[in-house]
Structures are given as structure tokens and as C-alpha cells.
Design a protein around this ligand. Structure first.
Ligand SMILES: Cc1cc2nc3c(=O)[nH]c(=O)nc-3n(C[C@H](O)[C@H](O)[C@H](O)COP(=O)(O)OP(=O)(O)OC[C@H]3O[C@@H](n4cnc5c(N)ncnc54)[C@H](O)[C@@H]3O)c2cc1C
Length: 473
């Protein structure tokens, strides 16, 4: 039997073992199944297994390990480097696993590993609650939480991973484990920021928080000339800002939204995107502080349910755009850093590009730096230069813009960046991205995944320096 025949026979056996479909090249649905959110990724996996149960996941993990195949694990498929797929890989696609169960009395929610934030938020909001998630509804809870998880509610309630109470995990050995403070605490520590390096999470249980029926949302677009004063004000106030405030400074080309004058669509602006989860009048007064610094050229301030805020920008960023991102942790928005943002933000090449400078202070700083794997908790911001554009013919120009922008802010940033905003060509920065937590991550990796089966991610290597072949045990 040739190797190809043996692999086909093994896939036949896997197909009989799992409840979800196994989609192979040439099969109906393969073209759609091999795609992830980033349209730049054109990988052709050996098979995509739509996992419906934790046992399906375990079967795929064992299959990949036994056949020494690359294993790609897919939650929401939003990974910018396209880690949810791979050429010749077997993909454990958890998208069928989207059940969300809310326990009202315990104020917790348990969600399947393929859930996206829109589904999670709708289920939690039906009980008047929420937990910190990302700013879009289409992003997966899995990759976002495992890398940290930054969003509107982070200043109030911490990162998504800070609200994780327990996880059900399929390990590299194909075992089902619970990870929590009580059970396998070392694994639980690593899952909270260490990404998909340690196993496949089939269920996430989160702490929920009461959320008002409406949050106040503010989109303010300021002239570039007012950018320095507005961003300076933001940096001066954010350390002591009430935790109800969940906004961020941003650079944007004005999108085609109803409140933007038609002739200004596509022009560059210094923006502040704000949310407020407290009393509405107090929120209005807080947002007014920005107007006292400079008059917005365009603005929209309105109350809306939290799930509506979380899906507000989804239509502007459909799947299939080209993506290339870079990430930096930042302590202070100095005048020089602000000047760099305004200079490079003004040259933004596509209307879908964005630069967001997310505060990661407030409740994120309540958690000790070594309490979870998330790196650089002392940073004030996680900055994200998000190149997003529709036309592959524009790849070179957009990637160059992201790299130039990053080079300009790097001298004003810390050495690492948030792993979930990093591109695929930054594996050599993983040590920096975790800072003092990297050593312990390596130890946990060695314990749970010594052969690095889970390597399609911002990879934590089980051995910091690869051993020469003749020195391997
Ligand atoms: C448009 C856009 C907006 C974003 N907004 C935010 C934001 O507001 N805040 C923020 O913090 N981040 C944000 N991100 C970054 C986001 O956190 C990462 O892209 C994250 O990896 C996405 O998770 P996913 O499950 O959708 O991705 P996937 O591509 O499915 O997976 C990402 C990584 O996690 C691993 N993984 C996926 N599922 C599992 C699982 N069940 N068990 C173990 N490992 C798994 C994968 O193998 C891969 O390495 C955004 C990304 C995009 C593209």
C-alpha cells in the first residue's frame, strides 16, 4: 500500500468514527470548508472535519498524531495568520459546537469551542448579562479567549481569559481533561493567554456580569489637526477613567456610515470609539469631555444593547478581505508616538484598514502579572495596526504600509505585542510577547504537548532551543 493509499484508508476509518462530516479535496463544500476569514490564506488541507462532539475532536487529534499530520484547530476562523487551516493539514473545525448554556443563578455561561461572540452575547444578554469579548460578533470565543481577549468590557471586568472559570480540553494524547483553579491548574494558567498551544478546548465556562439593557456608544471622528490634542487628552485621562468607560483611540478612513457627510467618506480621521456601561446621563457628560477638547467633524452617540454594539462593525468587515496585522504593547501615548500615528494613519491605504489602541488597564491590571499566561499586564494599551483590504493586487502596498507604521511606533512601544493581533511572520517575537511568563509556558507545553502537535499557532516550543538530532532522547 502506498503512503497516499494508507492515508486515504485512515481517513475512511476516521470518517466512520466521527459524527460530523469529513470534507476532502474534490468533495462538495471543500472550497468553502478550506477557507478562513483572511482571504489571503489559500491553504489546501488534507481534510476538514466538522467536529460535532468532544469525542469527534479527540478522534481528529489522535488521527493527526498517529499519522504525523499537521493539525489545524479552528474555532471562529479569525486568526489573521490563518492558523485555522494549513496545506496538507487535517483541520478540526469546531464550528458545529456553538451551544451556549447560561446558568442564571451561578452567573456563568458555558459555550462550545466553535461559538462566535454574537451567539454568546445574544444568549447572555437574554439573561441581562455579558462577559468581556471582542469588538466584532464574528470572531470566535476560542482563539480570542485563549490569546487573552480585549474588548469594550475589559476595563470594567478584565480580559476574556480573566473571566474563564474552567475549560474542557482534549489534550495531545486525546484525553478529556477539565482545567480550572482546582483541576490541572498549570494547564488552566497556560490556557489563559497562551493560545491554542496546549490542547483543544471543547467547552469554555465564563463568569458573567450584569449589563444594562443599553450601553452608550460614541463614534467621534476628529480632524487630523485635532488628533494630537484629542489623543493627549485620552492618554491623560485613561488611568483614572471610570471603569464604565470602554473606549479606544483609533485611526480610520471615514467609513460609509449614515452620520458621515458623503464628501468626507474615505478621508483620514483621528477617531475615538467609546462605550459606557453606567448611567446614561453620566456617560453623555463623560463623552462631552472629548467635545471640549475639539469639535468632532462627525459623530454618532446613541444607546444600544451590548450585542448590537458588538455587531455594529461586522458588515464593514465581511469574511474574505486580505489581512496583515501587527501588534505592540504601549505604556504611554507620548507626543512622538501620537505624531507617528497621525503621520502613518493619514496614509492609510484602504477604507477597511484600522489602527486601534485598546486600553488594557482598569480591571486588567487588577490581575497579577504572573497569575495567567497573558504577557505584559503592565501595559496601558494593546495597539493593533490592522491592514484589511479587498483586492489581492494591493497586497504589497498594504503590507508595506503596516510594516512602515509599525516601525514608526516601535521605538515608542514595549518589546512585545498581543499575540492575537500578531501576524504569522512574527514567530520570533513570541518570547517577547509573553515576557516573564514565557519560561513557565514552555514548561507547561513540555508537560501537555511535548511533541508540539499543536504548532499551528503563535507557537510556544516545548524546547526553547531545538536539540540537535543526535542529542534527542
Ligand atoms: C476582524 C477581527 C477583529 C478582531 N477583534 C478582536 C478584539 O476585539 N479583541 C481581541 O482580543 N481580538 C480580536 N481579534 C483577534 C482574535 O482574537 C484572533 O484572531 C483570534 O485568534 C480569533 O479566534 P478564532 O477562534 O476566531 O480564530 P481561529 O482562526 O479559529 O483560531 C485562532 C487560534 O486559536 C486556536 N484555536 C481555535 N479554536 C480553538 C479551540 N477550540 N481550542 C484550542 N485552540 C483553538 C487555533 O488553532 C489558532 O491558533 C480580531 C480578529 C479579527 C480578524
Amino acid at each position: 500500500m502506498t503512503q497516499a493509499q494508507a492515508q486515504a484508508a485512515a481517513l475512511d476509518a476516521l470518517t466512520r468514527r466521527v459524527t460530523g462530516p469529513v470534507i476532502r479535496p474534490g468533495a462538495d463544500g471543500y472550497e468553502e470548508a478550506r477557507r478562513v476569514y483572511n482571504g489571503m490564506i489559500d491553504a489546501r488541507p488534507a481534510a476538514v472535519v466538522r467536529c460535532a462532539t468532544a469525542d469527534d475532536v479527540a478522534a481528529v487529534v489522535r488521527h493527526a498524531a498517529d499519522l504525523h499530520l499537521d493539525l489545524a484547530v479552528r474555532g471562529g476562523g479569525h486568526s489573521v495568520p490563518g492558523f485555522g487551516t494549513g496545506d496538507g493539514a487535517i483541520v478540526a473545525d469546531l464550528s458545529p459546537m456553538q451551544r451556549v448554556e447560561v446558568d442564571d443563578a451561578a452567573r456563568t455561561a458555558t459555550a462550545g469551542g466553535g461559538t462566535t461572540w454574537s451567539g454568546f452575547n445574544d444568549a447572555a444578554a437574554a439573561h441581562g448579562m455579558a462577559t468581556p469579548g471582542g469588538i466584532l460578533g464574528t470572531t470566535g470565543i476560542a482563539g480570542l479567549t485563549l490569546g487573552g481577549g480585549i474588548g469594550y468590557l475589559s476595563r470594567a471586568h478584565g480580559l476574556s481569559c480573566d473571566n474563564l472559570l474552567s475549560a474542557r480540553v482534549v489534550t495531545a494524547a486525546g484525553e478529556h481533561l477539565t482545567a480550572s483553579e482546582e483541576e490541572n491548574p498549570d494547564l488552566f494558567w497556560a490556557l489563559r493567554g497562551g493560545g491554542g498551544n496546549f490542547g483543544v478546548v471543547t467547552d469554555f465556562t465564563y463568569r458573567l456580569h450584569p449589563i444594562p439593557e443599553n450601553v452608550l456608544v460614541g463614534l467621534m471622528f476628529f480632524e487630523l489637526a485635532d488628533g494630537p490634542a484629542v489623543f493627549r487628552f485620552f492618554d491623560d485621562m485613561i488611568d483614572d477613567a471610570p471603569r464604565e468607560y470602554g473606549g479606544y483611540p483609533a485611526m480610520h478612513l471615514a467609513p460609509p456610515l449614515p452620520f458621515i457627510p458623503e464628501e468626507r467618506v474615505g478621508q483620514p480621521f483621528a477617531a475615538v470609539i467609546s462605550s459606557w456601561t453606567g448611567d446614561m446621563e453620566e456617560g453623555q457628560r463623560f463623552f462631552d469631555r472629548f467635545r471640549q477638547v475639539a469639535r468632532p467633524a462627525a459623530e454618532m452617540v446613541a444607546p444600544m444593547p451590548y450585542p448590537a454594539l458588538n455587531t455594529l462593525f461586522d458588515p464593514l468587515l465581511p469574511p474574505g478581505l486580505q489581512h496583515y496585522w501587527k501588534a505592540a504593547f504601549v505604556t504611554r501615548l507620548t507626543d512622538d508616538a501620537i505624531a507617528a500615528h497621525l503621520e502613518h494613519g493619514a496614509r492609510m491605504p484602504a477604507i477597511t484598514c484600522a489602527v486601534h489602541i485598546y486600553p488594557v488597564n482598569g480591571a486588567v491590571h487588577d490581575v497579577a502579572a504572573g497569575a495567567t499566561a497573558f504577557g505584559h499586564r503592565d501595559a496601558t494599551y494593546a495597539a493593533n495596526i490592522a491592514g484589511m483590504w479587498p483586492d489581492p493586487a494591493e497586497n504589497e502596498a498594504n503590507i508595506a504600509w503596516v510594516r512602515d507604521y509599525f516601525a514608526a511606533i516601535a521605538p515608542h512601544s514595549e518589546v512585545g505585542g498581543y499575540v492575537n493581533f500578531a501576524s504569522g511572520d512574527e514567530q520570533d517575537r513570541t518570547t517577547d510577547n509573553y515576557g516573564a511568563n514565557h519560561g513557565r509556558l514552555t514548561e507547561v507545553k513540555r508537560r501537555y504537548d511535548p511533541d508540539n502537535l499543536f504548532h499551528l499557532n503563535q507557537n510556544i516550543q516545548p524546547h526553547p532551543v531545538p536539540l540537535p538530532r543526535d542529542a534527542r532522547p
